[in-house]
Design a binder for this molecule. Sequence first.
Ligand code: AHG
Ligand code: MN
Ligand code: MN
Length: 340
Amino acid sequence: MSRVTTLAEFIVEKQTDFPYAQGELSRLLTAIRLAAKIVNREVNKAGLVDILGAVGGENVQGEEQQKLDVFANERFINALENQGVVCGVASEENEDFIPFHSDMAQQSKYVVAMDPLDGSSNIDVNVSIGTIFSIFRRVTDHGPAQLEDFLQKGLEQVAAGYVIYGSSTMLVYSTGNGVNGFTLDSSIGVFCLSHPKMRIPETGKIYSINEGNYVHFPQGVKEYLKYCQDHDPATNRPYTARYIGSLVADFHRNLIKGGIYIYPGTTKNPNGKLRLLYECDPLAFLIEQAGGRASNGFKRIMELDATELHQRTPMFIGSTKMVEEAEAFMAKYQEVPARS
Ligand code: AHG
Ligand code: MN
Ligand code: MN
């Protein structure tokens, strides 16, 4: 039997990539790994917990049953705070960032931005959900985190990753030296390296978009969708539509099989829905590390300026050739007002 590399071993092995970090980044990744296992345990019994919770909506301590996204948020924040590995966290679930005050935290070099539970609308229906995280080196010197530590361009990310709680649970991450995927062996509670050096195919035949919003899409997206659906055997068209509605799950599938995921701006929401700091930047970092491409239709996601914690941006992400095709449509129809 070939030897299995665990995530714990892998993190320690790769520590030498960051001599300046003195093991800090490794401890940070370890904290994320632990929180992921705890959230995984809860996700796995979400159906059961719902049945119990329905009795009165309270647990034995008389506390109200917590929703999974609040639970995930608490677990990740606690793990990061207890380990003293970051000076603060920004989360989708908290309007403001959370600065940490322990001596260790104040000395630490990093901040984390995260979407603790992505795909919330799929929690109750047993469909894959995820966690997304992004790690920046702080720009302030010491003390609790400040807003400017978070408002950095995606290009400044030191590491990023996601956990997918799917038919199996995986943790996929990159520290800027390729992308590696680890599958949780739940019988022993250990993440094992299962997808080393992940690369997204240069092109694919899957397109993922919430087509229910079609009438609100910019003309470039409408024309691109028509192109995806056209019959042209030479270019493998029509492509196949796949949309789960959990960004992490749609992204993970396309990363493995090749494809494009689009969440465009619409007439109602010109910046779309997805958040730059903890959804788009980390996935853009991963896709580029895997040989793919991510843009807002016109500009590379990781070059966008971050001006607000919960800032939104349109996103086109996936196989390089497919994203380039979509961008060409966006450029061509840039000036054309949307029509159905
Ligand atoms: P979250 O659950 O963290 O709020 O994110 C939901 C996001 C993302 O996961 C998904 O791709 C997208 O919302 C789906 O949005 P639509 O339902 O508008 O397609
Ligand atoms: Mn999300
Ligand atoms: Mn979320």
